[in-house]
Design a protein around this ligand. Structure first.
Ligand code: URA
Length: 443
C-alpha cells in the first residue's frame, strides 16, 4: 500500500477499508509515513468525514498501535473518565482522587492542551517534579497502589494517538468528530479500564458547537466502548462559558486543590460530583446519581473530610511531585503581573464566551502555537461571573495573570469581546444537557 493512495481516496470522499486504515496508522507509528503525509490525511478526514465503520476501524487501529493493558488481573474493576476538551476544565484533577478515595481504583492517561483547550498533563506539570511519563510497569503498579494513576500516553500505549494528537493541534484538524472519537476511545481502550465515563462538551468553547453534533460524538464513543467490552456513560455538558473560575495551567491546579480542600466554585464542584457519581455507579458502588442521594453524600463527605485530598497527595507523591504545593498553592508558578478587568456598564450578562476567554489566555502564553512549543504555566485568567449574573459598571469581572506587558492589551481586547449584556434578566446556562448509557449486561 502507499500513503498517497489512501490520502487521495479520502480526499475524494471514498470510504477506507479496515486494512487501509490499519496500514496507515501502523506505518505512521513506525515513522514510515512522514508528518506531512499524516497531516494531509488528517485534513482529508477533517473535510470528508468518516463513516461509523471507518471511525471504529480507526479507533481500533490506534488502540492496537501499541500495547492494550488488561487491568482485570490487577484490580477488580477500574474506572476511567475523559473529557472531549473545554475551557477551565480541570475536572480530572478532582474527580480521580475523589473516586479513588471511595475505594475504586482509577487509572487514566491524559493529553496536553489541544487548540485553545487546556490539557491535564500541562496542568499537572505545574506541580514541580510531577512525572507524567510513566512506563507501563509503573502505570500498572500505581493503579494498584496507591490506586490512582494519572499520566500521559506511554510510548507503548496508543502511540498513534500521541503522534496524531500533537499533529492535529497544529494543522487545524482538531474539531472533527471521527478524529476526536478515535483519539479519545483509542486511549481509553488501550488504558484497560472496564468502566468509562465520557464528558462531552458542547458550546462555543468546545470542539462540538451544537447539541446534535455533541450527541453524535457521545453516541459513537459509547458504541465503540460497548463493542470493545466496556461499560460506558457519556454526559453532555455545557461549554459556552468556562467551567469554574480559573483558566490557565497553574491557576486551574490551584482551583482543583481548593476544591479538594472542600471549597472551590459551585459549578465546578457540582460538575465533579456528577462525573464522579457516574464513575462510582459504573463500579457498582452506587445507584444512579440523583440530587440528594447517598452517592452524592458519600462524595461530598470525601471532599469535606480530607480523604479525596489525601488521595491526591498520594498521587502526586507516587509520581514524584512536590506535595507541599497541595497545602501551599503559592508554591505553584506565579506571574509578575496581576490586573483586574472591570465591567464598563451595568446589566445582566448574556454571554461569557469560553472561546474568547480561552484565546485571551492562549495569547498570554497558556497554550501552544506549534507542536512541542513551551508554555507559560503561570499565566491565565480568573473569570468571576456567569451568564445570567447581574453586574454593575466597575465590578471586577476577571483577573488577568500575565508575565509580559506587551501581551496585556490584546488580552484586554479579547476579554472585552467575551462579555455581552442585556438590560433584562437572562436565564443561567445549564451544567448538563443529557446522559447516554451503554453498559454490558452484568452492570
Ligand atoms: N481529547 C482527546 O483526547 N482527543 C481529542 O481529539 C479531543 C479531546
Amino acid at each position: 500500500m502507499r500513503a498517497i493512495d489512501i490520502i487521495e481516496k479520502k480526499r475524494d470522499g471514498l470510504s477506507l477499508s479496515e486494512d487501509e486504515i490499519k496500514w496507515f496508522v501502523d506505518a505512521y507509528v513506525r515513522d514510515e509515513i512522514p508528518d506531512y503525509q499524516a497531516a494531509a490525511f488528517l485534513m482529508a478526514v477533517y473535510l470528508r468525514g468518516m463513516s461509523r465503520e471507518e471511525t471504529v476501524h480507526l479507533t481500533m487501529a490506534m488502540a492496537h498501535s501499541g500495547d492494550v493493558l488488561d487491568l482485570s488481573g490487577i484490580i477488580d474493576y477500574a474506572v476511567d473518565k475523559h473529557s472531549s476538551g473545554g475551557v477551565g476544565d480541570k475536572t480530572t484533577l478532582v474527580v480521580l482522587p475523589l473516586v479513588a478515595a471511595c475505594g475504586v481504583p482509577v487509572a487514566k492517561m491524559s493529553g496536553r492542551g489541544l487548540g485553545f483547550s487546556g490539557g491535564t498533563l500541562d496542568k499537572l506539570e505545574s506541580i514541580p517534579g510531577y512525572n507524567v511519563n510513566l512506563t507501563e510497569t509503573q502505570f500498572l503498579h500505581n493503579a494498584k497502589d496507591p490506586g490512582i494513576v494519572l499520566a500521559g500516553q506511554t510510548r507503548q500505549l496508543a502511540p498513534a494517538d500521541g503522534k496524531l494528537y500533537a499533529l492535529r493541534d497544529v494543522t487545524a484538524t482538531v474539531s472533527s468528530l471521527p478524529l476526536i472519537a478515535s483519539s479519545i476511545m483509542s486511549k481509553k481502550i488501550a488504558a484497560g479500564a472496564q468502566g468509562i465515563v465520557l464528558d462531552v462538551k458542547v458550546g462555543r468553547g468546545a470542539f462540538m458547537t451544537n447539541l446534535e453534533q455533541a450527541k453524535n460524538l457521545a453516541q459513537i464513543m459509547v458504541d465503540i466502548g460497548v463493542d470493545a467490552g466496556r461499560d460506558m456513560v457519556a454526559v453532555i455538558s455545557d461549554m459556552n462559558q468556562p467551567l469554574g473560575v480559573a483558566v490557565g495551567n497553574a491557576l486551574e491546579m490551584a482551583e482543583a486543590v481548593e476544591t479538594l480542600h472542600g471549597g472551590g466554585p459551585k459549578d465546578f464542584r457540582e460538575h465533579c460530583l456528577k462525573v464522579a457519581g457516574h464513575m462510582l455507579e459504573l463500579a457498582g458502588r452506587g445507584r444512579q446519581w440523583t440530587e440528594g442521594d447517598e452517592v452524592r453524600s458519600l462524595l461530598i463527605d470525601k471532599l469535606e473530610n480530607g480523604q479525596a485530598l489525601a488521595k491526591f497527595k498520594a498521587l502526586v507523591a507516587a509520581q514524584g511531585g512536590d506535595v507541599r504545593v497541595i497545602d501551599d498553592p503559592t508554591l505553584l508558578p506565579q506571574t509578575k503581573i496581576v490586573e483586574a478587568f472591570k465591567s464598563k456598564r451595568d446589566g445582566y450578562l448574556s454571554q461569557v464566551a469560553a472561546d474568547d476567554i480561552a484565546w485571551a489566555a492562549f495569547g498570554l502564553g497558556a497554550g501552544r502555537e506549534k507542536k512541542g512549543d513551551p508554555i507559560d504555566l503561570a499565566v491565565g485568567l480568573k473569570i468571576y461571573v456567569n451568564v445570567g449574573d447581574r453586574v454593575a459598571a466597575g465590578d471586577t469581572l476577571a483577573t488577568i495573570y500575565a508575565n509580559d506587558e506587551s501581551k496585556l492589551e490584546a488580552c484586554r481586547q479579547r476579554l472585552q469581546g467575551a462579555f455581552a449584556y442585556s438590560d433584562t434578566p437572562v436565564e443561567p446556562l445549564p451544567l448538563f444537557y443529557d446522559t447516554l448509557y451503554g453498559k454490558q449486561a452484568s452492570v
